[in-house]
Design a protein around this ligand. Structure first.
Ligand SMILES: *Cc1c(COP(=O)(O)O)cnc(C)c1O
Length: 426
């Protein structure tokens, strides 16, 4: 995005993560969906839909048969659309191996990178900062993938206990660095590492954050799966709990390529830089603050520049398609409790932010029916959820085993020099 003359293949973009000038990769053109595709949606398999959506972005970087295989392994879990009550639906994105929506992007990216690395001489080190769910999804996606080492930075004490176990108990090619700082500190350290010449000489580094196109682009899939299950005549409003804005940006991209959507809502917690931007036109990032929906504790969302690009920097056009609300922890807890008590549906804190945002939109702007993207299973945040509903959240078997495993992390101050020394020693 910093230099339109810098053209690369999908393969180069996936391996590099971001351009040498720190710019994010973005499709040269936004492809239009094949004619009749949307009308056919209900008759197509998830694999077929996902393949059709992603193929134009991958181009000839991966042959058809291999790409179909990657896509099939990416979407091999349920993504059901459920009714919470009249006009409010939930798209459950948490049926993947780490119970978070990031499984889709991480599974796709790890398989693409694994495919590209088969013919490579050198090992690649995936360096990733996480505010919670990225780490687990990436660790699971890349676990034991040949030719790939993974180093995860997470803010100490600011991720849930389930999340922490998911990224610190695997071992093998997965290393967790526990940073004494915030997610923004972790992200900054990772960004500095990618710019560092000495590190570049020593290691072949890439990222697995949503800035990587191979994580970002497949997140379009489930917007199509939602529409496939949608029974109403008017297209849905999508309400997306947002932090780094990769998820909603994928939805906006799908819409730009032809997916029918009535409107998008970015549901934010107290980290509301985009909410303020849409109200004032001024983009003023602030340091991240800690909330109970911690996977959205991002002060300066990376994918914001991609959203501007989709709308060709036209503020009014963006405002017409995207609304944002800021939801604080008190309101989040109130909705979590009330939705559970009134409708028997247990949201996680991120989904509860989404629910409150959709309520506000429906009550003050447009009563159109909407879908909340439920981005994580409530059990991942049982430390928050249980005191609010006054009940225990049953822990799925798969997670129970992981919770009993011993945590292995390396403590590190929030200083790039420390990260550099660690990476140089590998
Ligand atoms: C990562 C995450 C988000 C935020 O998604 P972005 O793509 O960064 O906006 C929301 N909810 C959960 C549970 C997450 O893990």
């Amino acid at each position: 995005l910093n230099n339109p003359d810098n053209r690369v293949s999908f393969k180069e973009a996936t391996i590099a993560g971001q351009a040498a000038d720190k710019g994010l990769f973005f499709p040269e053109r936004i492809p239009a969906l094949p004619e009749g595709f949307i009308d056919q949606l209900k008759h197509l398999s998830k694999e077929e839909i996902a393949y059709t959506v992603i193929a134009p972005y991958v181009g000839d970087s991966i042959p058809e048969e291999a790409l179909r295989q990657i896509v099939a392994e990416t979407v091999n879990f349920d993504i059901p659309l459920k009714l919470i009550h009249d006009g409010v639906y939930t798209l459950e994105l948490f049926h993947g191996p780490t119970l978070a929506f990031k499984d889709t992007g991480a599974r796709f990216m790890s398989r693409c990178l694994g495919y590209f690395m088969r013919s490579a001489q050198q090992k690649v080190t995936v360096l990733v900062a996480t505010s919670g769910d990225t780490g687990g999804a990436v660790a699971d996606g890349f676990y034991d993938v040949e030719g790939v080492d993974v180093v995860i930075l997470y803010p100490s004490g600011k991720v849930s206990s389930v999340q922490e176990k998911q990224l610190t108990t695997l071992g093998k090619n997965i290393t967790a660095l526990e940073v004494a700082g915030t997610f923004d500190d972790c992200q900054q350290m990772v960004k500095s590492a990618f710019m560092d010449e000495a590190l570049k000489q020593h290691l072949f580094l890439t990222s697995a954050n949503s800035i990587n196109v191979a994580r970002w682009l497949p997140q379009q899939f489930y917007y199509f799966f939602a529409l496939q299950q949608w029974q109403l005549a008017v297209p849905p409003v999508f309400c997306v709990p947002s932090g780094n804005f990769g998820n909603i940006c994928a939805g906006l991209l799908a819409h730009a390529s032809g997916l029918p959507v009535k409107h998008f809502i970015a549901a934010c917690n107290e980290n509301d830089v985009v909410t303020r931007y849409l109200a004032s036109g001024n983009y003023e990032p602030l340091p991240a603050v800690a909330t109970i929906s911690n996977a959205m504790d991002v002060g300066s969302p990376s994918n914001f520049v991609r959203i501007l690009e989709i709308f060709q920097q036209q503020f009014i056009a963006l405002q017409q398609q995207l609304t944002s609300f800021r939801v604080d922890d008190t309101q989040t807890k109130l909705q979590l409790k009330s939705v559970y008590e009134q409708f028997g549906y247990l949201l996680d804190p991120h989904g509860a932010v989404g629910y409150e945002a959709l309520q506000r939109y429906q009550q003050t702007v447009d009563a159109a029916p909407g879908i909340i993207l439920e981005t994580a299973h409530p059990v991942k945040f049982y430390d928050v959820v249980e005191p609010v509903i006054g009940e225990a959240v049953p822990i799925p078997e798969a997670i129970q085993t992981q919770l009993k495993k011993e945590k292995h992390s390396i403590l590190m101050p929030a200083k790039f020099d420390e990260l550099k020394a660690f990476l140089l020693s590998r």
